[in-house]
Design a protein around this ligand. Structure first.
Ligand code: 26V
Length: 857
């Protein structure tokens, strides 16, 4: 693989010419008092926080005070921290809007636009991100300090925008920031869920879900667009109507129509260069209230229909186990897809006036299959509403849409019952059938093998008829991409093997990336300052410039600075852990971190079993020179995923026993930090020494936490899965701990009948399982974890037993390296130095050049 060779070659990363990477940046901003006309005020904002021009902060202080008075409606004497947070955000938002106007003017010239359709955007907090990208953090800090308000306290007040479940949603958020930074004109489209991902409360070691309420106290970042409303239909029937030219056209008479109301949040790029909009749709009933029912005395019944309709944007997508849940999910998917496409077409027609130029001026990216109904909806809009011929409409559709696949897990691949689509979207089912006919007919003509035709059909006829949304997206897309090299290879070999044979150039790889602005500069400002000190300001603009750190990796003085940054972050985390769990941890210990959704394939179970085995070993020989370790877990389990919830309970039960065992002292501690979210990730990542990326090989499409942790200098212990493969290529095999079976070995093992030839379980694992089985960690209920133990010791579908010894050995290598601080810190510095390639800017450049064909700055 040659991808890492470009790390450090800033020309290969095609960063902006030096002239635009000046240290001072001309920002024209308006003081923007709401109420009066904006006052033009041109300022030179110094980018270096040490050379603050206090005039900047005076201007900004005035703006905050004006917002507090005229925007929030209070005064400094009575303002709460929340009032200050809102006033500050509104003052910052004014600066964003000035740039948005400029960006929009530029975009509306003849530039091709990107529409990123995603059911999830896991944004986190916006105040720190926006301040950082506008280079206003220190200005704001000084402005607020003069008002006796602490910026860090305000930052903590902002609720996370948690409109996503995990990796897929966070990737969409990173991409939005990166597209703005690279001046790619883009709209993100999604749903404005009133309640994002549930809040996780741990009581008695178990997860409980509490509704999240991020909008409860107003959201200063968004603009409601009451004039931007699109109708979205459901149900009904189709009428064939003879048009004036004699042709028959289909008219969908929907049984119900829901309104999609736009809310815009603006995403500002690095150094305020460009601003894009994230447009989220909220569902509104056409009839706010049944007045006749209300007047008859049924006050609740009068609102029932409205509650049903507006449920569409009430909660981030629910479990799809029940039929009602499934229906709501499909309604959500169609709702936001239809509104987004209508909005795009309306804008396109307004700006360009010719629907046929759509593929030249817009590229749509479908983030997984959630918006895959876009294939049928775009065809419907083009054929039924714009009256294009089928073939022309198909050329436009397949020239505009692209699809990203994020998982190969069969249970996560969307398949909708034909009957459900027929009931909710009858016209779309007709269109899907017709697309399928055009897709299969040439195969039938050359008498292709029946099994092959069945495999590539959009309709799965086998277990009740279902529409395969992945197939629909694949056939309707110009390009289909995977999210890491291995994942893309596996797509070609497994779920899309047959479609790949039909369209051999369609699948491309786009390895994921992360925004360094959030995950390094902002989450770890101490480290960022150190890097700027050694490598210059350019390292903030050019991720490839990190490679310059290589030459400091064995410089003891630099190592000490690097260590000090980690130590400071660890000291902060010690406090956080104490506050949230009451467990005192030793900041000198190795912080071993696994933070991600709880899932069997991610194998938190493997990690905690290793902890049990280590506990057993320490108890047997407490006097040995053990490396002090703190195992830190955080993550949410899906509400209906009992086994994942039981893994959380096991971690907490083991933690309780281990942490209160005097023999362990500081040798081993285990903590589970509740309510993992973007903000908690920002707090944990800078303090991690070891990054656990231990999924069953072949199952983690990419991972992005692996990139964030390596960027902050954590060493990875991981399997050859997802982007771990490329991380190894970049950091060097000697600076990462790889263990376990490969995806290929696991596939071969499964082909040969799986468990039948499973080797004997390691005695160490056997002992660990026995400790659990005999109630060491759950004396009041020894059988509590039987189902977990049984899974590992019988079929072991996630290969926990198969990989255990290899994992144990890799962990002991970790201990060995930790005992040689110079070698450890050398490896740690090299991790930071060599992961520039995982910048989302690189990923977005690749999408822009290979998929979207849009120009990037
Ligand atoms: C969802 C589900 C839901 C049903 C039960 C099984 C299951 C398994 C996996 C998923 C994941 C859905 C899609 C997703 O979030 N994929 C993640 O996308 C990230 C961004 O590309 C990537 O880094 C992660 O590896 C991938 O899991």
């Amino acid at each position: 693989m040659d991808f890492c060779s470009i790390v450090g070659d800033s020309s290969a990363l095609r960063h902006r010419p030096g002239a635009r990477r000046t240290h001072n940046y001309n920002i024209t901003f308006k003081t923007g008092f709401s109420g009066g006309p904006p006052v033009q005020d041109s300022e030179q904002i110094s980018l270096s926080s040490s050379a603050l021009d206090s005039k900047d902060s005076l201007v900004f202080r005035k703006a905050i005070l004006a917002k507090l008075t005229y925007g929030v409606g209070t005064n400094p004497a009575h303002a709460t921290d929340h009032d200050w947070f809102v006033a500050t955000s509104l003052a910052v938002r004014d600066r964003v809007m000035d740039r948005w106007m400029a960006s929009r003017a530029m975009d509306q010239a003849v530039r091709k636009q990107v529409c990123y359709l995603s059911l999830e955007f896991l944004i986190g907090r916006l105040l720190p991100d926006t301040l950082n990208n506008l280079r206003l953090t220190e200005v704001a800090r000084e402005a607020l300090a003069g008002l006796d308000v602490d910026l860090d306290r305000l930052r903590a007040i902002e609720p996370d925008a948690a409109l996503g479940n995990g990796g897929l949603g966070r990737l969409a958020a990173c991409f939005m920031e990166s597209m703005a930074s690279l001046e790619v004109p883009a709209y993100g489209y999604g749903i404005r869920y009133e309640h994002g991902l549930f809040r996780q409360v741990i009581t008695d070691g178990r997860q409980h879900e509490v509704p999240e309420d991020w909008l409860a106290r107003s959201n200063p970042w968004e603009f409601e667009r009451p004039d931007l409303i699109y109708p979205v239909g459901f149900g009904g029937h189709i009428e064939e109507v003879r048009a004036s030219g004699g042709a028959t056209i289909s008219v969908w008479k929907a049984a119900e129509t829901i309104q999609a109301v736009a809310y815009d949040t603006h995403i500002v790029g690095w150094r305020g260069r460009h601003v894009n909009a994230l447009r989220l749709w909220s569902a509104r009933a056409t009839e706010p209230l049944r007045l006749d029912v209300f007047n008859s005395g049924d006050h609740i019944g009068a609102l029932a229909e409205r509650a049903r309709v507006e449920a569409i944007s009430r909660v981030l997508y629910p479990g799809d186990a029940s039929e009602a849940g499934q229906e709501l999910r499909l309604r959500q998917e169609f709702f936001f897809t239809s509104a987004s496409l209508q909005d795009l077409l309306a804008r396109h027609m307004r700006l360009h006036g010719d629907i046929r130029t759509l593929p030249d001026l817009a590229a749509i990216q479908l983030n997984d299959t959630h918006p895959a109904i876009a294939v049928a909806e775009l065809m419907r809009l083009l054929v039924d509403e714009h009256h294009l011929a089928w073939e022309d409409a198909w050329a436009i559709t397949t020239g505009t849409l692209n699809y990203t696949n994020h998982t190969l897990m069969p249970e996560a691949l969307e398949r909708w019952p034909v009957a459900l689509i027929e009931r909710l979207l009858p016209r779309h089912l007709q269109i899907i059938y017709r697309i399928n006919w055009h897709h299969l007919e040439p195969l039938a003509r050359r008498s292709a093998d029946v099994e092959f035709v069945k495999a590539v059909s959009m309709i799965d006829e086998d277990h009740g008829r279902h529409v395969r949304m992945g197939h629909l997206a694949f056939v309707g897309a110009h390009k289909v991409n995977g999210v890491s090299g291995l994942h893309t290879d596996l797509m070609r070999q497994t779920v899309f093997r047959d479609l790949h044979a039909l369209y051999p150039n369609r699948i491309v790889n786009k390895t994921n990336g992360i925004t360094f602005r959030r995950w390094l500069h902002q989450a770890n400002p101490g480290l960022a300052r150190l890097l700027v000190g050694e490598l210059g300001d350019g390292v903030l603009d050019d991720a490839g410039a990190l490679i310059g750190l290589e030459r400091f990796s064995d410089d003891p003085a630099f190592q000490e600075h690097f260590r000090n940054q980690r130590a400071a972050a660890k000291a902060n985390l010690v406090q956080t852990v104490a506050e949230h769990t009451g467990v005192p941890i030793d900041p000198g210990a190795l912080f071993d971190v696994q933070i991600k959704r709880i899932h069997e394939y991610k194998r938190q179970l493997l990690n905690i079993l290793e902890a049990v085995a280590l506990y057993d070993a320490i108890r047997a020989e407490p006097e040995r020179d053990w490396v002090p370790r703190v195992k830190i877990f955080a993550g949410k389990a899906a509400a209906g995923y009992d086994r994942a919830k039981l893994i959380i309970k096991l971690i907490n039960d083991v933690a309780q026993v281990v942490n209160s065992d005097p023999v362990m002292a500081d040798r081993l501690k285990i903590v589970f930090l509740p309510n993992y979210n973007v903000s908690l990730a920002e707090a944990i990542i800078p303090s991690a020494d070891l990054s656990e990326q231990i999924s069953t090989a072949g199952m983690e499409a990419s991972g992005t936490g692996n990139m964030k942790l390596a960027l902050n200098g954590a060493l990875t212990i991981g399997t050859l899965d997802g982007a771990n493969v490329e991380i190894r290529e970049c950091v060097g095999a000697e600076n990462i701990f790889i263990f376990g079976l490969t995806a290929e070995e696991i596939a071969a093992h499964r082909r040969h009948g799986g468990h039948r030839d499973q080797p004997h379980m390691s005695p160490r694992l056997e002992r660990a399982l026995n400790l659990i089985r005999t109630g060491t960690f759950s004396p009041e209920e020894p059988n509590r974890f039987d189902s977990l133990i049984h899974a590992v010791s019988s079929d072991d579908p996630f290969m926990v037993a198969a990989d255990f010894e290899s994992y144990w050995a890799a962990q002991r290598q970790v201990d060995e390296l930790w005992r040689s601080p110079f070698a450890w810190w050398r490896a740690s510095v090299l991790n930071t130095a060599r992961v520039g390639w995982f910048s989302a800017d690189r990923t977005i450049r690749e999408y822009a050049s290979d998929i979207w064909k849009v120009r990037v700055q």
